[in-house]
Ligand binder design. Structure first.
Ligand SMILES: Cc1ncc(COP(=O)(O)O)c(C=O)c1O
Length: 442
């Protein structure tokens, strides 16, 4: 392009981006909350013209596949967590799959092998458990605590067998698990720890960010989560070998770590046609050498452009999540005879994903009754994911071990639900939730 053409492109781009900001402003001006008529979502995208402009700007570049924005987002995300290595994925589920697959990679020394056990919980989002099964490992289910909804750390040691190699669990709904005790047990028994931090971005335990305790942390940027790219996820680790396998598994299983489009003669490693691998022709293109049985789980660069803007807003999102949780929690306290309210451990600073509530057995009403009531008033509710995953059709015949009773897990299945605390809930909506709840009891 000539300089004049470049200047013209710049002008057009600026006009388009100004138009995008205007569209955002027009839509915002339209938004009104009408109690009883407008929906009170449990979660949702919280964004302004910055995310919309970033997405359109990236689209205008039309690079599309993972590129500079992906690199920038990963760098920012690693810096935020003070962890060395990271990669973006197309979902949190993919990040979980990659995490366990990396631990099973033949190229990872000390890898997990078929039939090895991974301790987890049956009160879970399915894709925290699925990678264990997908990698031919055996899940060992232990109970959760009744009111933190987290893996019960006091039950871990009794569940360990000679085959146990890892712990994989979520910080449920943003509430940090007892990481000091869990990491002590893991170190003592030589277990890997995978922290599913999909619902707990910016939550802390003992002043330390969730996701920075174990060997690998995973994150989700689905629209309901603490920050969003629409769909998306990430994996973080301080372990270079695990990172290399994770990257390979995300990118078709290839051995090469070039970025998309980085195909100059030498590639990123500088030895694209110079390597020797047993059984392969001398100098076979490193780009097409596979060291893992991989997938393609990459997001678009455009998603990362949105993520960069969202990450800048994370401190404010966290503040608002905590504030909303407090407002609703304090309101629920007056109904404590009917509900088990959530508890955070003394060292925990949750950035709550939602407010989990368990209807007491003797409440005089059922979960179905209160949930149906709230939904009829346009207040969204959700079950705590699978409740007890073992009760679901797909899991009926899985190979697993259950260590101890799953009493609290079963209670979640029967009587727990959650409502939102996300930053999109303003005072009007919070008041509406409180008044509506009051209406149920009056
Ligand atoms: C704890 C947990 N892990 C994993 C996931 C999967 O994330 P994604 O929807 O991005 O695949 C979720 C989804 O909400 C989740 O809550």
């Amino acid at each position: 392009m000539s300089e004049a053409e470049m200047r013209r492109e710049d002008v057009i781009r600026k006009e388009i981006l100004a138009g995008v900001a205007e569209i955002y402003a027009l839509r915002e001006a339209e938004k009104r909350f009408i109690p009883g008529t407008s929906k009170v979502n449990y979660a949702g995208r919280v964004f302004d013209e910055k995310e919309m402009r970033a997405a359109v700007d990236s689209l205008l570049d039309f690079w599309l596949t993972l590129g500079d924005k992906g690199t920038e987002f990963v760098e920012d995300f690693c810096v935020f967590h003070d962890l060395r290595y990271g990669l973006v994925t197309n979902s949190g589920s993919s990040a979980n799959l990659i995490a366990l697959s990396a631990l099973c990679s033949p190229a990872f020394e000390g890898r997990l092998q078929k039939g090895d056990e991974v301790i987890t919980t049956a009160s879970a989002f399915p894709t925290t458990v699925n990678p264990i099964l997908q990698n031919a490992l055996t899940p060992v289910f232990i109970d959760i605590e009744e009111d933190t909804y987290n893996i019960d750390s006091s039950k871990i040691e009794a569940a360990i067998s000679p085959k146990t190699r890892a712990l994989m669990f979520a910080h449920t709904l943003g509430n940090p698990a007892q990481m000091d005790v869990i990491m002590d047990i893991a170190r003592k028994n030589g277990l890997y720890v995978i922290e599913d931090t999909c619902d707990a971005l910016d939550s802390k335990y003992g002043g330390q960010l969730c996701g920075t305790f174990g060997d690998i942390a995973t994150y989700s940027f689905y629209a309901a989560h603490h920050i969003t790219m629409g769909e998306g996820g990430a994996l973080l680790t301080n372990n270079l070998s695990l990172y290399r396998q994770a990257l390979s598994i995300r990118d078709w299983g290839r051995a090469c770590f070039c970025r998309t489009g980085e195909d100059n003669p030498d590639g990123a490693c500088g030895h694209r046609f110079e390597q020797k691998f047993v059984g392969l022709p001398d100098g076979y293109d490193h780009k097409y050498i596979y060291s893992n049985i991989g997938y393609n789980l990459k997001p678009l660069d455009l998603q990362c452009a949105i993520g960069i803007e969202q990450l800048k807003k994370l401190p404010e999102f966290t503040r608002k999540r905590r504030e909303n949780f407090k407002v609703l929690y304090e309101d629920f306290q007056q109904y404590a005879e009917y509900f088990i309210l959530p508890r955070a451990l003394p060292k925990a600073e949750p950035s709550w994903f939602a407010l989990p509530i368990t209807v007491k057995e003797n409440a005089g009403f059922t979960r179905k009754e209160i949930v149906t009531y709230l939904e009829s008033k346009n207040i969204e509710t959700r079950m705590l994911f699978s409740g007890n995953i073992l009760r679901h059709p797909a899991y009926k015949n899985i190979t697993c071990r259950i260590a101890g009773e799953l009493t609290n897990t079963e209670q979640v299945m029967q009587r727990t639900f959650f409502i939102g605390v996300y930053p999109g809930l303003n005072d009007e909506k919070l008041d509406y939730i409180k008044n509506t709840l009051g209406g149920f009891f009056s």
